[in-house]
Write a new protein. Structure first.
Length: 367
């Protein structure tokens, strides 16, 4: 039987103010250690990236006509910095597009108000109109993509039916941004590990504030599966120790926390277990909060487990979307969730795993 989402996962993502040393106590702050210096350097790097992008943007805004006259590549630096390249692979994923469009065609009641979270190019918003929606509200937090969507929608003669709002869905308000709650919610804000683009907090908010009580949710549910994998090559995509005789392991403090994408069939590997269910998310009624659970997993063969390979299934009515290891045509890669250290496993014995997830990341530990 499939594991259900933890009923105790109710943690809420909140913003906390930055703290400063207590200078009134009379005690001097501790001298900067290596972790402190790395943290400061990371903030300096972020500030420099923001400064460089802001300077390019300001130069363009001072005389946008002149920059645009320079040709279609004039704004490429800004586009490269603000629009991830995976949008192109995603839009060329015919399996994904077909499944989502078919789900809309079979689920949208005639004249319904559809809310599309994550406009992109406006593809799903336009598909909703073609499926019979009376009006569509689509939101996109990236201003450049929002404008691309507006122009594509206008070129298809759908601007009277589709409204593009340049905000994240969590900032939309009924009565202000949209007149009424939506009859149908469609959202494909999914990364290789399902949750990395904010699916959980977005759906939580939309169910409470934006979707009618009896509204239709697409997708309606999602599941995660995993397998133990031995692959030093994949483990080293996010970890390093020695290079040309030098200890450069300090780089591991900059490693990606949680899961990251890999194309499994491009790397040497050995599966050490069969596929097993990790967690089931009921997007219609589930809590959808951060959580954790223990997963005793039986190894099929002896080896050294470096990570879990993880993939998802999305329920879209009669169709299911999956990015499993056998889904070679999917634009989604698989997710690799590394262990802190390799774990020796023995065939027939169980490995005591603990899977945890935040609103955005998957993590796994042993014990």
């Amino acid at each position: 039987m499939f594991l259900q989402e933890s009923e105790t996962s109710t943690t809420t993502r909140v913003r906390r103010p930055l703290t400063t040393p207590d200078t009134d106590s009379g005690s001097a702050p501790n001298p900067p250690d290596s972790a402190y210096r790395l943290a400061v350097a990371s903030l300096q790097t972020l500030a420099q990236d923001i400064k460089d992008l802001a300077e390019r943007a300001q130069a363009t805004l001072r005389d946008p006509a002149a920059h645009l006259a320079a040709g279609p590549g004039a704004l490429s630096d800004i586009a490269l910095a603000s629009v991830p390249r995976w949008h192109f692979a995603m839009l060329n994923d015919t399996e994904r597009n077909s499944a989502l469009v078919s789900a809309l065609e079979s689920s949208v009641p005639p004249g319904a108000h559809v809310l599309d979270i994550g406009s992109g190019t406006g593809l799903l918003a336009m598909a909703a109109v073609r499926a019979g929606a009376g009006r569509v509200t689509t939101c996109e937090l990236n201003p450049l993509l929002a404008e691309v969507a507006r122009q594509i929608i206008d070129a298809h003669g759908m601007s009277d039916t589709i409204t593009v709002i340049g905000k994240p869905s969590t900032e939309l308000e009924v009565g202000k941004d949209i007149d009424t709650r939506a009859d149908v919610l469609v959202s494909e804000i999914v990364d290789c590990g399902l949750i990395g683009e904010g699916l959980l907090p977005s759906i939580r908010h939309a169910r409470e504030h934006l979707l009618a009580p009896d509204g239709i949710m697409l997708p309606s549910a999602a599941r995660l599966y995993g397998q133990l994998v031995q692959s030093e090559s994949m483990a080293r995509l996010n970890r390093v120790d020695m290079a040309s005789g030098f200890d450069v392991s300090l780089m591991n403090s900059l490693a990606t926390p949680g899961h990251f994408p890999v194309r499994l069939n491009t790397w040497p590997h050995q599966m050490l277990s069969g596929a097993f269910p990790l967690v089931d998310f009921d997007l219609e009624k589930g809590i959808l909060g951060p959580g954790a659970r223990s997963l005793p997993v039986a190894a099929d063969t002896d080896g050294l487990a470096h990570a879990l390979v993880v993939w998802f299934e999305l329920d879209l009515g009669a169709k299911t979307l999956c990015n499993g290891p056998d889904s070679k045509d999917s634009h989604w890669m698989q997710a690799l969730v590394p262990f802190d250290l390799p774990v020796p496993v023995t065939a027939g014995e169980k490995v005591p795993l603990r899977l945890s997830w935040t609103d955005y990341r998957l993590n796994v530990s042993v014990g």
